[in-house]
Design a protein around this ligand. Structure first.
Ligand code: NAD
Length: 385
């Protein structure tokens, strides 16, 4: 049966230039596009480990519909040609790990703003549609965070729900370098928006709210550097796999909403296949029903990991560390992140489905299967003196 869009029109196969296709989100998006659609993907990245299973062997049912182009968009003249070959460009490339924002602010700003500039320019000049990945961090802190601690208004959604077309972007001072990422993302959003307004660029901006699932980041010392600090899901997974206490930064009081990567990818596919409904819009993509503090996230992960691995919960399940000790000078944080879903509901009829418990169960099952043996071997190895 022919696949149809939300307005009942048949969907024509297109070619997509996906930059950052080898990362966490890119790998899930490539998988979805190969298994469920007729579209062709030009996959650009410096790494392809997370999409190797889609590229080889040649006998895969989608062989020929996905090709990998190893390139760094900072300096590669092939970029414009690849954008020209495609109908749509999706830009996922970025440094997007909080541990980098205050310790490598220059790389963070260059990656999220300067390196994205040619992508926007080539799309605009060649009349190509662009889906750009921004972040929920552009909202920064909530208005409610500035109210007195005991103010009843803190409980009023008007003071914390984040709306694409109304909420301000509230960052800390310049010395709080944590905001380098959010600020660079905000400026590239403004540039894309301006290209739309002044030059007619067809764009969609995605603001992910903590998408999590298998293949997110790396486990330090196994498939990434021993000293590396990945995002919270991989940090906690690493502690669980090693039987160590989970480290809670500043008491783990920040509140976050987590959405399952597979739910979020459904939203991206709707954007890809319904350009008339997605162009010119900024979309929050998150799950407002899955809100927890980072401390609660740790507690649920401990419980779920014990269930999927059959191992006892550690005697000291969590320890507190200061943000200065964990992330270094210049760290700061958003207090709470609840996405407003009005626009994505109205334009694309999308809603997330998976509960926090269920998404952690499938993710930690994957982490256990993928890493438990390798971790055991590393732990058993005597340390050289
Ligand atoms: P990721 O780090 O797993 O993927 C990014 C990919 O981009 C990596 O494979 C990396 O190698 C590639 N890349 C970076 N710089 C490049 C360059 N110069 N040339 C070529 N490739 C380059 O991150 P992700 O979680 O998949 O995130 C993708 C996008 O979504 C990013 O823009 C990020 O800011 C945004 N985002 C993600 C989340 C989330 O919850 N995962 C939240 C907010 C924003």
């Amino acid at each position: 049966m022919a696949r149809v869009d939300l307005d009942g029109n048949p969907i024509k196969p297109i070619t997509i230039c996906m930059i950052g296709a080898g990362g966490f989100i890119g790998s899930h998006l490539c998988e979805k596009l190969m298994s469920e659609t007729p579209h062709t993907v030009l996959a650009l990245d410096v790494y392809n480990d997370k999409i190797k299973h889609l590229l080889e062997p040649d006998s895969l049912p989608w062989a020929g519909r996905i090709t990998f182009h190893r390139l760094n968009i900072k300096h590669d003249s092939r970029l414009e040609g690849l954008i020209k070959m495609a109908d749509l460009t999706i830009n996922l490339a970025a440094i997007c790990t909080p541990a980098d924002y205050n310790t490598r602010p220059l790389d963070t700003i260059y990656s999220n703003f300067i390196d994205a500039l040619p992508v926007v320019k080539y799309c605009s000049e060649n009349n190509k549609r662009l889906i750009h990945f921004s972040t929920c961090e552009v909202y920064g802190k909530t208005i409610g965070a500035f109210l007195p601690k005991d103010s009843p208004l803190r409980k009023d959604p008007a003071y914390y729900v984040l709306k694409e077309d109304e909420s301000p972007c509230i960052f800390g001072s310049i010395e709080k370098q944590r905001w380098s990422y959010a600020c660079a993302k905000q400026l590239i959003e403004r540039l894309i928006y301006a290209e739309g307004a002044e030059n007619g660029l067809e764009f969609t901006i995605v603001r992910p709210f903590n998408w999590i699932g298998p293949r997110m980041d790396f486990i330090p010392g196994i498939d990434g550097p021993s000293e590396g600090v990945p995002r919270v899901l991989a940090c906690f997974s690493n502690n669980l796999l090693r039987g160590e206490p989970l480290k809670l930064v500043d008491g783990g009081q920040s509140q976050r909403t987590f959405v399952y990567i597979k739910d979020a990818i459904e939203a991206v596919l709707l954007m890809i296949e319904n350009p008339a409904r997605a162009n010119g819009h900024i979309f929050n993509v998150g799950n407002p029903n899955n809100e927890v503090t980072v401390r609660q996230l740790a507690e649920i992960m401990i419980q779920v990991y014990s269930k999927v691995s059959g191992e006892k919960t550690p005697e000291t399940p969590t320890i507190d560390v200061s943000s200065k000790e964990f992330y270094g000078e210049g760290y700061d944080d958003s207090d709470k992140r609840i996405p407003d879903m009005t626009i994505i509901n109205r334009q694309l009829g999308w809603n997330p489905k998976t509960s926090l418990f269920d998404l952690l169960e499938s993710t930690l099952t994957y982490q256990h299967r993928t890493y438990a043996e390798a971790i055991k071997k590393v732990i058993a190895k005597p340390v050289a003196t």
